[in-house]
Ligand binder design. Structure first.
Ligand code: PHE
Length: 384
């Protein structure tokens, strides 16, 4: 979905012609026609394709459910999805196109914090509400008052895993292996270290890599020499799978643990047996016996023939929160929807009750999963 130069110029012309006026012809089209256009940008292809695909499937299921129930404000929801190919530079292009060419009234995305951070300023400038389903870096919603999320943030996630490390795994020391190209990884590493140290633990090794790397032997050798009790890896599934394999090859049989970036069925296909007995925190478990969750899991399985993961559940919740705000606002007007989103209270989401706080974040519990026999097993729920 690369934007061709002609399209880009057209988009530019539209956005230039809109400077200084609030009611753009394109946003009027989004609200004034017989459908409500909602934009979505996601990594449907490329390095983190599993993230974007899952999130999109959840969002698309929410479109089905809303439209089957008569739509929103008497109109059907039309989801317009752009594939950012997991590539820096693309989210900004995609979101400009969604706003200027398509006239969407709101934007959903992204999973990865770095890509949300790239596109959020464009939504903010245009007064188009953006809801990230699953970006956990605190800076995402700090971009401005039109930027929301339906998930918890990494200061909480870092604390959850630090407490788990000291209390459940009984680690006294830890090593941290961070992706320096990822805002998510850098933030989560920092928050984990702060909490682990505050819990009385000691960080004995800190190593880094760059997303896309394939060889982690130098870092793992240095970590092995520091003799930690466990290794915290705040990365994405693509690298985590390889890191686990290479750690085991080097004879490192310590507990490995990380955050929500691990979550993908692809993690186990990459890392296989090397991941046995490892742990990560995330937003959702299909093992949750709550009736709302089980109904969602059944519907998702019927549509896609697979079990939903955290991104699917959060993708679903992101559109449901938007629809709820539009209903309460009684309009798709960006400013009014923004105000309604900010007032969201106790919305019964699939990933828990969602209340949007003053920083436009959602304070929600985390779950910790263990990988056993190639499957994720629910261990604990940690309330904020
Ligand atoms: N929280 C991660 C980020 O901010 C993205 C993610 C969410 C990945 C949920 C997997 C599951 O980059």
């Amino acid at each position: 979905m690369n934007v061709r130069p002609a399209q880009f110029l057209a988009a530019l012309a539209v956005s230039l012609s809109l400077v200084g006026c609030n009611k753009s012809p394109s946003s009027a089209a989004g609200g004034g026609s017989d459908v409500i256009k909602v934009g979505e940008y996601a990594s449907l292809t490329g390095k983190e394709a599993a993230f974007g695909q899952s999130s999109h499937e959840g969002t698309a299921l929410a479109v089905d459910d809303l439209n089957a129930a008569g739509g929103v404000l008497g109109k059907k929801i039309q989801l317009i999805t752009e594939d950012d190919q997991s590539q820096a530079g693309q989210p900004a292009t995609d979101v400009r196109k969604l706003i200027s060419d398509d006239g969407v009234v709101a934007v959903l995305g992204e999973v990865a914090s770095s890509r949300s951070l790239e596109a959020a300023p464009i939504c903010q400038e245009n007064h188009i509400p953006m809801i990230s389903p699953s970006s956990t870096n605190p800076r995402v919603t700090e971009v401005g008052d039109y930027i929301f999320r339906v998930c918890f943030i990494d200061p909480f996630q870092g604390t959850v895993m630090a407490n788990f490390a000291t209390k459940t795994l009984k680690l006294k020391t830890a090593a941290v292996l961070t992706d320096v190209t990822s805002d998510y990884s850098m933030g989560l590493a920092k928050f984990f270290k702060e909490s682990f140290t505050a819990d009385g633990g000691k960080i004995v090794a800190e190593q880094t890599y760059s997303g896309g790397d394939k060889d982690f032997s130098a870092q793992l050798t240095a970590i092995k020499a520091a003799n930690p009790d466990g290794i915290f890896i705040p990365g994405y599934y693509t690298e985590v799978g390889l890191i686990a394999i290479q750690a085991r090859q080097l004879g490192i049989n310590l507990p490995l643990f990380g955050g929500d970036g691990w979550e993908s069925s692809s993690l186990v296909s990459i890392g296989g047996a090397a991941l046995e007995g490892t742990y990560f925190s995330t937003h959702f478990t299909p093992e949750d016996t709550n009736a709302v969750v089980q109904a969602f899991v059944k519907k998702f399985q019927a549509k896609y023939n697979q079990t939903p993961d955290a991104m699917a559940a959060l993708g679903y919740d992101s559109l449901m929160i938007l629809a709820d705000a539009m209903k309460r606002a009684g309009t798709t007007d960006g400013d009014k929807v923004r105000d309604a989103l900010a007032a969201t209270k106790d919305f019964p989401g699939i990933t828990g009750n969602i209340t949007i706080d003053a920083e436009r974040n959602a304070s929600k519990p985390a779950v910790i999963l263990e990988i056993k026999n190639g499957k994720y097993h629910y261990l604990q729920t940690i309330a904020p």
